[in-house]
Design a protein around this ligand. Structure first.
Ligand SMILES: C[S@@+](CC[C@H](N)C(=O)[O-])C[C@H]1O[C@@H](n2cnc3c(N)ncnc32)[C@H](O)[C@@H]1O
Length: 284
């Protein structure tokens, strides 16, 4: 991210979630706050022309992936609640809207939004601008993953390390160093039994086919130009092995075939995810 500036990709991802609400039927991820959170001007522009941010052939695949990973995280959170989850930590929250449409009964789930301080300040201003009030069970925890530990940031926000916790970490790992990603996963693995995480990651470029590699390079150039270059990539088999070694008892890695089979079957519009990223659900 550019020094002292909010994440540009956080707004872009939120635009894709908002576009999904307008363009795709049936919706994979139903988010009634998605249009408000992008800001009044962007929302009017998107309503006037829902395809205006669909600038390349890759756009529908990216929109599908953003919708699917949010849906998967919230599906797994719901399962986590049955395992006794009481806290939900949204890492690199960007313009995630879960806290403002939380479907679970009041008092069941304490929500923490963790994000880079610059992005979080910008989000809070956006929430005020569009008239979304902060729910009582939400706490903001400003943390720069590259310079602060998650443990410190969460502790000062009132996180209880003794409670079963679910973490989501969507669209963030690729922007961090491998060391920071692994340290964060180790921290999550130390949470009480039943705690879990859903996160997505980019496949190592060396494992991609030439066609995938050219799509990867095109996207990598775009995020680098926005000042948020990709840094961390993983081999699915090795990452699963490392998660198990950290103490995650259950690890499920979903590639494009599994994601498409689960969320995009029998659609008439052909919407589906592409092949550059995977999603993992793991719990201890
Ligand atoms: C592509 S956005 C994804 C936002 C959100 N998870 C979503 O899916 O809409 C990337 C997020 O990672 C956060 N991020 C990037 N680098 C970070 C860092 N060093 N520390 C904390 N957050 C960071 C950005 O602030 C931004 O919110």
């Amino acid at each position: 991210m550019k020094e002292g500036r909010p994440s540009v990709t956080a707004q872009r991802v939120a635009m894709r979630r908002a576009a999904h609400q307008l363009l795709d039927d049936p919706k994979v991820f139903d988010d009634p706050v998605a249009l408000r959170i992008i800001g009044k001007e962007s929302a009017s522009a998107l309503r006037a022309d829902p395809r205006q941010f669909e600038t390349t052939a890759l756009s529908p695949y990216l929109r599908a992936f953003v919708a699917a990973r949010n849906r998967y995280a919230e599906d797994e959170l719901a399962l986590g609640l049955r395992r006794g989850v009481h806290q939900y930590v949204i890492l690199g929250a960007g313009l995630d809207t879960f806290a403002y449409r939380n479907p679970h009964p009041e008092g069941v789930l304490r929500v923490f939004e963790v994000d880079h301080p610059a992005t979080q300040t910008w989000k809070r201003a956006r929430l005020e601008e569009v008239g979304i009030t902060f729910p009582a069970d939400l706490t903001f925890a400003p943390v720069d993953f590259e310079t602060q530990t998650l443990a410190e940031g969460l502790r000062s926000a009132g996180y209880d390390p003794g409670k079963c916790t679910f973490f989501s970490w969507l669209g963030v790992t690729e922007y961090l160093s491998t060391e920071v990603v692994m340290a964060t996963l180790r921290f999550i693995s130390s949470a009480p039994s039943g705690s879990g995480v859903v996160f997505d990651y980019m496949i190592s470029p060396s494992l991609l086919t030439p066609a995938q590699r050219s799509r990867f390079d095109a996207l990598a150039r775009r995020v680098a130009a926005a000042g948020e270059p990709w840094q961390a990539f993983f081999d699915p088999g090795l990452l699963t092995r490392d998660l198990r070694a950290m103490g995650f008892r259950y690890v499920e890695d979903k590639g494009p075939e599994e994601i498409n089979a689960r969320y995009f079957m029998s659609r008439k519009d052909g919407l589906r995810v592409g092949s550059l990223s995977h999603v993992i659900s793991a719990h201890v």
